[in-house]
Design a protein around this ligand. Structure first.
Ligand SMILES: Nc1ncnc2c1ncn2[C@@H]1O[C@H](COP(=O)(O)OP(=O)(O)OP(=O)(O)O)[C@@H](O)[C@H]1O
Length: 280
């Protein structure tokens, strides 16, 4: 993928996040240490690492959902680390999120039309105009117009994730934090939803911070990849470089555990894993 060269949209510099330690007088637990990266308009940064490495916390820090202990998060040149409620509301038009679980991220009692008009009316769009835009939003995620009057439970996991994507793009954001957006889906559905993310990016120029534990998924959609291990960045570079020529042993391990449908490639991986285990 060609990286769009431009001024940074999101600049995270030496970000540190602490959570309170467990127990009386316990020291705070530092879960992110000096994390720095840049995302330019139209670009995707894939963030990978095993469970507990701090991926979600980075996304939450960008969304202003966790307090930042040190460092800065700049969006469009402005430090948003300590943005107040009014600025956060303004930012919510520019920065949106798609969560992992398509079964819990949509309100089960709301029709798809209500789910999609909610962000629009909250941002001041007239209710009639908001309803008018629903058909176009559904079309952009390849769902039929009659989906508008149905409830989330009538849709499959992949279709629900399409609805969540339609909601995320309703306000024309410039950045979407995608937190494990395909992890709950089967492999075929994953591939289709990843294709949709790419198509939307090509059509709108939106940037993604794409969080996943699966390097195999991340390399399909990312221009750059950052690998996180226990709160530290251990590798950061162009997606092709990180996946073809990983520098860090942890990245190599992640790469070898990524599922591949091709049996010959899987055999090769098994052999590589065995060789690596013997040399360790
Ligand atoms: N609200 C919180 N309070 C205390 N500790 C937290 C909180 N949220 C996360 N943590 C801790 O911070 C660390 C990083 O968690 P985070 O959810 O960012 O990891 P992750 O890489 O996204 O993992 P997963 O893939 O399992 O979601 C973990 O040790 C976790 O237990």
């Amino acid at each position: 993928m060609d990286v769009v060269r431009n001024e940074p949209l999101l600049e995270v510099e030496r970000l540190c996040v602490d959570f309170p330690g467990r127990g009386f007088r316990a020291k705070p637990n530092r879960v992110l240490r000096d994390v720095s990266f840049v995302i330019r308009p139209g670009e995707t940064l894939g963030l990978v690492g095993e469970s507990g490495s701090g991926k979600t916390t980075i996304g939450r820090a960008v969304l202003g959902l966790v307090p930042v202990s040190a460092g800065t998060v700049r969006f469009d040149g402005r430090d948003i680390t300590r943005a107040g409620r009014a600025e956060r509301r303004r930012l919510s038009q520019d920065v949106q999120v798609v969560f992992q679980d398509p079964y819990t991220s949509l309100n089960p009692s709301m029709t798809i039309e209500s789910i999609l008009t909610e962000p629009l009316t909250a941002a001041g769009t007239d209710a009639q105009e908001a309803r008018r835009r629903v058909g176009a939003l559904l079309d952009r995620v390849h769902l039929p117009a009659d989906a508008a009057h149905r409830l989330p439970r009538e849709f499959s996991g992949g279709q629900r994730q399409r609805i969540a994507i339609a909601r995320a793009i309703a306000l024309g954001p410039r950045l979407i934090v995608c937190d494990e957006p395909v992890s709950a889906l089967d492999l075929t559905t994953q591939a289709r939803v990843l294709e949709l993310f790419t198509e939307i990016q090509e059509n709108t120029g939106v940037a993604y911070l794409f969080v996943s534990h699966d390097l195999g998924v991340v390399r399909h959609v990312s221009h750059n990849v950052m690998v996180l291990y226990r709160g530290d960045v251990v590798e950061h570079g162009r997606a092709e470089q990180v996946t073809a020529d990983p520098r860090h042993p942890y990245t190599r391990k992640l790469l070898m555990s990524a599922p591949v449908p091709d049996p010959a490639a899987q055999r090769l991986r098994r052999e590589e894993r065995r060789a690596l285990a013997q040399s360790a």
